[in-house]
Design a protein around this ligand. Sequence first.
Ligand SMILES: Nc1nc2c(ncn2[C@@H]2O[C@H](COP(=O)(O)OP(=O)(O)O)[C@@H](O)[C@H]2O)c(=O)[nH]1
Ligand SMILES: [Mg+2]
Length: 375
Amino acid sequence: MKYRFHAYDYVVYLLSYAFLGVYIADILNALPLNLPETIPSWIYLALAVALNVWAIPIPGIHPRTIPERHAPETVETPSPEEKELPQPKKKPAPSSKDKLERGLSKTHKGFIDRISAVFKRSGSLDDKILTELEETLVGTDIGVRTAYTIFDFVRNNAETIKDTDQAMEAIKTEITYILEKREEPLSLSEEKKPFVIMVSGVNGSGKTTTIAKIAYHLKNQGKSVIIASGDTFRAAAIEQLEHWANKAGADFIKSHEGADPSSVAFDGLQAALSRGHDVLIIDTAGRLHTKENLMEELKKTKRVLDKKHPGSPHEILLVLDATIGQNAIEQTRQFNNSLGVTGIALTKLDGSSKGGVIVGIANEFEIPIRYIGVG
Ligand SMILES: Nc1nc2c(ncn2[C@@H]2O[C@H](COP(=O)(O)OP(=O)(O)O)[C@@H](O)[C@H]2O)c(=O)[nH]1
Ligand SMILES: [Mg+2]
């Protein structure tokens, strides 16, 4: 506790002794002044004590205790018992809603703000504004096809849309409709044990990071998870995944650089079955010597899994990097044609203004969007 003394503290302090003096003088009948006889002497004592207590710093009582944050910082080594105590957090952790909003703010700027800027130029929905809207929509990351889905929706309703505010609302409604159709979190079926998730996507799209997040999430739901490192192209990729598996508290099937990815997946499945895990997540390579090689390898892994555990993999999750914008639409097409993608995870929305591509993917493919990554 720290105390700050003001001049009046000293005055109050002296006054307390003055009252003490008056009290003593009063009980000795030696008061030089003629104080009213009706005041009992204990009043002087009580005043003396009260003023003294007020002036003397007593922790918790003194009225002008300086709050700790104003005190100069001192570095003290906490005692072992103190170390065990939960320490107050300096900053409250942001809620997931805040984190999501912050993560999507760049996409908001790159997409919604661009469309609103068109409408700010005029209040009425005339031909000029419609042309500008068409150009702007085509120039965003949603892809030409989806740009026209939205534009046609506005143009076809131009008669009933009174002003640009209403047009903006109509666009938001249409986008919400497109996205809501595909919003479908992954749900694990109890009968499919282990539930097998095969994670695919090009190098650097965020597969390993997404696997770590999913494993952590599932562990928190009480599921037992095993991860197999099918990206055998680089030794560093295996180590990175092992690190995340340990952190998430998941079991891990290690492989070595250059190992056959489908046999790693097979080993993972065998271990999941014999150890009784609920979920098996298989990481895969995102790059081989050619794209055809990669797709053939992934198809082989899929076949091997299905043979050992019919119906698996139950989820083929495609991980896409939002920062590549419209290219994500083409990637979805290629992976879907080869593998039959059953779910999408769009990562790095926090670092991209091109997240509008999610609308394009949702509009062009009938594939549920399972996860978005915002950091
Ligand atoms: N900002 C951001 N970075 C991400 C996100 N997901 C992955 N990353 C980063 O992207 C890089 C590649 O991720 P990684 O999981 O190794 O990709 P992989 O090659 O597909 O396995 C890493 O540096 C990750 O930290 C995300 O949602 N937000
Ligand atoms: Mg990886």
